[in-house]
Design a protein around this ligand. Structure first.
Ligand SMILES: *[C@@H]1O[C@H](CO)[C@@H](O)[C@H](O)[C@H]1NC(C)=O
Ligand SMILES: *[C@@H]1O[C@H](CO)[C@@H](O)[C@H](O)[C@H]1NC(C)=O
Ligand SMILES: *[C@@H]1O[C@H](CO)[C@@H](O)[C@H](O)[C@H]1NC(C)=O
Ligand SMILES: *[C@@H]1O[C@H](CO)[C@@H](O)[C@H](O)[C@H]1NC(C)=O
Ligand SMILES: *[C@@H]1O[C@H](CO)[C@@H](O)[C@H](O)[C@H]1NC(C)=O
Ligand SMILES: *[C@@H]1O[C@H](CO)[C@@H](O)[C@H](O)[C@H]1NC(C)=O
Ligand SMILES: *[C@@H]1O[C@H](CO)[C@@H](O)[C@H](O)[C@H]1NC(C)=O
Ligand SMILES: *[C@@H]1O[C@H](CO)[C@@H](O)[C@H](O)[C@H]1NC(C)=O
Ligand SMILES: *[C@@H]1O[C@H](CO)[C@@H](O)[C@H](O)[C@H]1NC(C)=O
Ligand SMILES: *[C@@H]1O[C@H](CO)[C@@H](O)[C@H](O)[C@H]1NC(C)=O
Ligand SMILES: *[C@@H]1O[C@H](CO)[C@@H](O)[C@H](O)[C@H]1NC(C)=O
Ligand SMILES: *[C@@H]1O[C@H](CO)[C@@H](O)[C@H](O)[C@H]1NC(C)=O
Length: 618
């Protein structure tokens, strides 16, 4: 158990809720003041520990995505949602809510343990691949069901969450404590980011296998922040040197010139989607730094391309003509969802995406005010002309600038009002709102929805977290497109349980890398899995309940229908395995002699082995 002493850096009185919510439609500020404590209590009620009134049985510090257990079942803990929720809670601590100290300690211990839980994505030792597992049961055990894995944003977001605590401990002269308890935990995640950033994974919506803007932006921030923090701690962060290549990749691959927006995913085989998505908007509020300038390397909220993306996204939802948006014209705020082609729960409006549209603009207004100049270029011009029709390409200062910013703030408020009008009287925020009726749908009481309301309301009130270094030279190594190179930090063999933070001292068995490669032709919607008689391969052959490990289809072509997976298995053993075709809910196992393949894992210290197999499922 940790015994840290947190003190607030800044103390601000928290606005306390009035009891009646009846009259709140009238005034946005009143609504926000009333909703904020409801949202905070809602987020805390979904976390195991002291205030876990909605999630009985969840371990202390474990963030449950939603108390909903059927249609849909969200009673799991996701690394991403948890980190974003605790980023908010740590901000609240910094803003003066010292009662959150205990739950932050609980989260620390829980994450130190989860880092060590071997799961279908892999394990902590030796190669750290298990850190990319997206979700676990709320009792901190592995979830073996079919899922979009790995998701490589999780470790980056978690590292950033814990790094945001550093200023609090530094103010208390507890730098040594931070180094001892938090740094090993953070370093595991930073190594993962440095090692795997240049490999594909699933996006934050768990649907697209590729490279997501949100993920890459979060990875860049984590490694920059890690490099700067390492200097303060007089230590080193070798994986953090990958930051410049991550930025190069982010800068030169996502801008869709013809459509005037940042696309959500590259390296993905998603031909049916436009790439217009809330993903980059969520990225911009995550990498927001109040001290950053608009043309800094990371895509800050006040970056021209972000304004263009905001407009393209919002217009794409406007064009869907949802009844809830009541024919709102250009420049009028509306409810938005994840992406226009979405069909999940009818592809409804997402409060957290709509709040993000507001939050990005509050952030941008603050950044432009601080700079004292608004530079409108041809990329951002259409965004500004929707709000202030007389705007032209050029620079605005003083009253002219303030008039444009006032229109932006009003526009931002419109997104909050758009959600407000459909929230139930008790202030609960679900994952989605039905785009015909506005009623709450999908998971109720979504933790991330509550967290998104709180961060939005803080930015609206000009309350900003400390700078993470977005404007430093380290964050802005400006490489040209031809200088972008594939790269990776090799952390294999250096991942270690964060014992001082509460991780168990797991044994580190000697493992050797095995690369399973197979040619197997699939139809659209089918996936190939591998099953085998060791735990990492599900533990059994010919058993639908044990099929857990999908192959990576990243190299699949019609000429060479390849699937592969690269895992570490205990040295010096024989492993039986087979390939499995997933066709909807059905698993088709290899038959005949191929239902029982064998591979010999070399002795400790041996070279990687590669299988080259061919499978058919008729
Ligand atoms: C959480 O629990 C603590 C201890 O029971 C209590 O003091 C605090 O008010 C609770 N917070 C909320 C937001 O319910
Ligand atoms: C953890 O929770 C899962 C899902 O509820 C359950 O199947 C499993 O038995 C639990 N494991 C332990 C060790 O309690
Ligand atoms: C930290 O150390 C400085 C310099 O010794 C001192 O002025 C300050 O009061 C200390 N802060 C705390 C919270 O102990
Ligand atoms: C790896 O990096 C190179 C160079 O930036 C880039 O072209 C490639 O698309 C990246 N691949 C992935 C999966 O990140
Ligand atoms: C790091 O080193 C500098 C210079 O030697 C020293 O002033 C500082 O206190 C050290 N910081 C930590 C966290 O050890
Ligand atoms: C949304 O509302 C419409 C109209 O009442 C209904 O037909 C539809 O099933 C609802 N969708 C969801 C996901 O609740
Ligand atoms: C706007 O200001 C920037 C920075 O001060 C300058 O580089 C740019 O040339 C100006 N643009 C116009 C159109 O005046
Ligand atoms: C980075 O380089 C590009 C092209 O070389 C240039 O257009 C851009 O202004 C530079 N950005 C910064 C922040 O220096
Ligand atoms: C990474 O490091 C491990 C341990 O030193 C080594 O066995 C492995 O071959 C290295 N992998 C690569 C791709 O260099
Ligand atoms: C898997 O099968 C091989 C070959 O029969 C056997 O040697 C090995 O002990 C089995 N592994 C486990 C974990 O049962
Ligand atoms: C997949 O493709 C990449 C890029 O061409 C290559 O480096 C890698 O070796 C391939 N992996 C397998 C398992 O064939
Ligand atoms: C997989 O397909 C490629 C391309 O057709 C072929 O060169 C290779 O030999 C095949 N591998 C096996 C094991 O059949």
């Amino acid at each position: 158990m940790l015994s840290l002493c947190f003190l607030p850096c800044i103390t601000l009185p928290l606005t306390v809720a009035a009891s009646s919510l009846q009259a709140r439609q009238d005034d946005l500020s009143t609504f926000i003041a009333e909703e904020r404590p409801i949202a905070l209590a809602g987020a805390l009620a979904n976390i195991g520990g002291l205030n876990s009134s909605w999630v009985e049985g969840a371990s202390p510090g474990i963030v449950v995505a939603s108390p909903s257990t059927v249609n849909p079942n969200y009673f799991y803990t996701w690394t991403r949602d948890s980190a974003l929720t605790y980023t908010m809670l740590i901000d609240e601590l910094i803003f003066g809510n010292i009662s959150l100290r205990k739950t932050i300690e609980d989260y620390t211990t829980a994450q130190a343990i989860l880092q060590t839980v071997t799961n279908p994505s892999g394990s902590l030792w030796p190669a750290g691949d298990g850190l990319g597992e997206p979700k676990f049961y709320t009792n901190m055990t592995r979830f073996d069901g079919t899922w979009g894995r790995p998701q490589r944003d999780g470790p980056a977001l978690r590292a950033t969450t814990f790094m945001n605590l550093a200023p609090v401990l530094f103010n208390l002269n507890e730098t040594e404590t931070f180094l001892e308890i938090y740094w090993p935990l953070i370093l595991n995640d930073l190594k993962y980011v440095g090692q795997y950033w240049n490999q594909t994974g699933f996006d934050l919506w768990e649907e697209v296998h590729g490279s997501s803007f949100f993920t890459v932006a979060a990875q860049h921030r984590a490694l920059v922040q890690g490099g700067l923090l390492a200097q303060k701690l007089n230590t080193t962060c070798t994986p953090c040197k990958q930051a410049s290549q991550i930025l190069c990749f982010l800068q030169h691959n996502f801008w869709n010139t013809s459509g005037n927006y940042l696309t959500a995913d590259v390296n993905a085989n998603q031909v049916t989607r436009s790439g217009i998505n809330s993903d980059p908007i969520l990225a911009s509020i995550h990498v927001f730094d109040a001290n950053a300038s608009c043309n800094t390397g990371s895509f800050q909220p006040c970056n021209s391309k972000m304004f263009a993306t905001h407009k393209t996204l919002v217009d794409s939802f406007r064009n869907l003509s949802w009844p809830v948006n009541d024919k709102a014209a250009a420049g009028q705020a509306i409810l938005v969802g994840r992406y226009p082609e979405d069909t999940y729960y009818d592809g409804g409006a997402w409060p957290l995406c709509t709040f993000a549209c507001a939050e990005m603009l509050y952030d941008a207004v603050a950044q432009i005010k601080r700079a004292g100049i608004l530079s409108v270029d041809s990329i951002s011009l259409p965004f500004f002309q929707d709000l202030s029709p007389d705007v032209k390409v050029g620079n605005y200062t003083d009253q002219e600038m303030h008039a444009i910013l006032a229109n932006m703030s009003t526009y931002a408020d419109g997104f909050v009002r758009a959600v407000q009008q459909y929230l139930p009287k008790n202030g609960s925020i679900s994952e989605q709102l039905n785009h015909t009726t506005g009623s709450s749908t999908s998971a109720s009481k979504l933790t991330w929805s509550f967290a998104s309301f709180i961060t939005m309301s803080r930015r609206r009130a000009s309350q900003f977290p400390p700078s993470w270094g977005a404007d430093t030279a380290q964050a802005n190594t400006n490489l040209t497109a031809v200088q972008c190179k594939p790269s990776s930090y090799n952390g294999t063999g250096t991942y270690a349980p964060a014992l001082a933070a509460g991780a168990p001292n797991i044994a580190m068995p000697c493992e050797v890398e095995v690369l399973f490669v197979v040619n197997a032709t699939t139809q659209f919607g089918q996936n190939v899995y591998i099953a085998g008689n060791v735990t990492k391969l599900g533990g059994a052959l010919n058993d639908p309940g044990s099929v857990i490990l999908p192959l990576n289809p990243g190299n699949y072509t019609s000429e060479r229908p390849e699937g592969y997976v690269d895992i570490f298995l205990q040295a010096d053993q024989t492993v039986r395995y087979q390939y499995v075709l997933q066709n909807g809910d059905e698993f088709v196992f290899e038959s005949g002699q191929n239902q029982d393949r064998m591979v010999k894992v070399p002795e400790c210290g041996g070279e990687m082995v590669r299988t080259d197999d061919a499978a058919s499922f008729s």
